[in-house]
Design a protein around this ligand. Structure first.
Ligand SMILES: *[C@@H]1O[C@H](CO)[C@@H](O)[C@H](O)[C@H]1NC(C)=O
Ligand SMILES: [Ca+2]
Length: 372
């Protein structure tokens, strides 16, 4: 007993002597247990079905159905052909808010056509069979990038349904830069639509034409993560160029500055003016130099990770990490970073508050994270 007290006291002294804030000290060990569920070929995204099975999109164009209990991995047929190459392929998957009644799922993907590749969003009816698989049918493309490009870069196209039932698409600028500022195209924008692809009536530029009517915000580069906080505010992560990854609070009609301002520089070394030089553009609430390469975002709603409620949890590719950022009012800052040893692609929270992530690459694992 005496020994126990001494050790505790000694640890307290060491902690004090190092003068490391408690939160930073905590980053040296992961506060969660990571349980591998299934392996996938270049997975990009996943979504939970009401029965707790999981749809997993693999970038080459395969949709899998995972049973986390048995770890069985079935196939969903009927995925359209995708433009696999560069960063492109099959991207996100989201369930319609009334999925339990209408079986509608939404997918985003890169498609080819004249001029190169662009992003597309389609909806389809999902029918599950009794053999652990299923099929998409009645597929209908409801949205497309207004321009295509060579190179296969920065499609993004994360899908998210809002509290009002609207469909949000985080549209990348397919590495074309200035179109992110153009109001005659939908590249580099947050897009808000009805579930059938029609522009949402309350959008800020609704009266200005067909493409303008889709736009909620502009000046985005490669926005790969979007989620709601408990107050109904939309947060977004986007990859900057060399340096300058951003966590943004998305406001109606606002311009986020790309490519006119950035906290990073161009890959050829040319500088870009910082956000502070152009106050008319909304600056990020947090940014990263060097980059973390944010590929997914949740605003944690659960209480299983009891200290994380309301935090932004971000998966990072080049940083091979999960980043936790605290949000206080309309400010945000990185609080912790967990090294995962693999490029981390997608992230979702389940109904019990466990956090699921998926690795990038040829044998990317779907992992379930639960507190230690
Ligand atoms: C899409 O849905 C909206 C809202 O329900 C509706 O007003 C609109 O007419 C629909 N558009 C089409 C083409 O069906
Ligand atoms: Ca910006």
């Amino acid at each position: 007993m005496h020994l126990g007290l001494s050790v505790t006291y000694a640890l307290a002294l060491v902690t004090g002597a190092l003068a490391v804030p408690a939160e930073k000290l905590e980053t040296r060990q992961q506060p969660f247990t990571s349980t591998p569920i299934t392996d996938h070929t270049e997975p990009w995204a996943f979504a939970f079905l009401p029965d707790n099975r999981i749809l997993v999109n693999e970038r080459r164009g395969n949709m899998r159905l995972v049973d986390p209990t048995t770890k069985a991995k079935g196939t969903i047929t009927g995925v359209p052909s995708v433009a696999y190459g560069g960063q492109g392929g099959l991207h996100d998957v989201a369930l319609h808010p009334d999925y339990a009644e209408n079986s509608m799922v939404y997918i985003s993907y890169a498609e080819t056509g004249s001029g190169g590749a662009g992003g597309a969003v389609a909806r389809a009816k999902l029918t599950l069979d009794t053999n652990g698989g299923g099929a998409l049918s009645e597929l209908e493309v409801i949205w497309r990038h207004s321009q295509r490009a060579q190179g296969g870069l920065q499609f993004a196209c994360r899908l998210l349904f809002g509290p009002d039932g609207a469909l949000w698409i985080s549209s990348g600028e397919i590495n074309q830069m200035t179109p992110a500022q153009s109001m005659t195209g939908n590249l580099g924008k947050m897009i808000k639509l009805y579930d059938n692809g029609t522009a949402f009536a309350g959008n800020p530029f609704a009266s200005e034409g067909e493409v303008q009517a889709q736009i909620w915000s502009l000046g985005h580069r490669n926005p790969l993560g979007i989620d709601w906080d408990a107050d109904g505010r939309l947060w977004e992560v986007e990859m900057g160029p060399m340096g300058g990854d951003e966590l943004n609070l998305i406001e109606r009609g606002a311009n986020y500055g790309w490519p006119l301002v950035s906290q990073g520089r161009h890959y050829d070394g040319r500088t870009i003016p910082a956000h502070s030089t152009r106050p008319e553009f909304n600056p990020p609430k947090a940014f990263w130099v060097p980059v973390i390469s944010p590929a997914g975002l949740i605003i944690y709603k659960g209480s299983l990770f009891s200290d994380w409620t309301g935090n932004a949890i971000i998966t990072g590719l080049s940083s091979q990490s999960i980043v936790r950022a605290t949000i206080t009012g309309d400010t945000a800052r990185e609080a912790q970073r967990f090294s995962m040893g693999k490029r981390m692609r997608g992230i979702r929270e389940d109904s019990e508050g466990a956090i699921w992530v998926i690795e990038d690459g040829p044998s990317g694992r779907l992992l379930k994270l639960t507190p230690n």
